[in-house]
Design a protein. Sequence first.
Length: 281
Amino acid sequence: MPNIDAVELSPASFARFAHFITSELGIKMPDSKLSMVQSRLLRRVRELHLESVEKYSKYFFDSAHAEEREHFINAITTNKTDFFREPEHFDFLTSITLPQFSAQGGLRERFKAWSAGCSSGEEPYTIAMVLAEYASVTHGFDFAILATDISTRVLDFARNGIYQHSQVQPVAPELRRKYLARSRNKDETLVRVIPELRKKVSFHPLNFMDHDYGVREVFDVIFFRNVMIYFDRPTQEAVINKLCRNLAPGGYLFAGHSESLAGLDIPVNPVKASIYRKPDR
């Protein structure tokens, strides 16, 4: 294990990491984040059997270790989410968005949702539960969900759809019974999203800083929640405009409750707090 001196990251090395993180990932990285970067890189220091975080800096920037970029991104990105987080959005989806979709003849097509910044999967699986419930009482309704994140580590976790029982407590008991299967081992406190629901969600890596996201579908709703807080205002505006290329006319964009889109030049209008709609054609 590195000694106390070995965990210290010099201001020059932090500045180099900070520039990389902001330019490549869009994440703001003020000097106050130095200790966070140090602590998150320590695991890679140990795994690579390096002597210090400073040695890791040299390893990362001065050597031809292309695969280390993925490990670095997995280490440095924040992944915080919950099932049914900010539940008002799912109430709006059920009571407003889905009936509008059906009334406008949408049942001729598959309803498509995008969880942009899906983290460990709780958000897209929550969306899937809500849409599956609507499908159970709406003849002809079908849906598909795209879930994207820059961290391959959390995407692998999300694809498995396995969670601790404590993690699924926000899910209503009736939905837990329908969509979460308990482990056969009675001593384990694990549940897994049922296969029928997992098949409705497609997980893919995506960097919001890319010019072309490579997404060709058009979505009826996009959940882009609690991601913008890590970006500066110009980056927020640029990313939302790119996301909205794939938002259908009349489609909804959901942002985090603590995030404001006010003053941004974007093609959506506020409907309620943290809910925006793209104008119809």
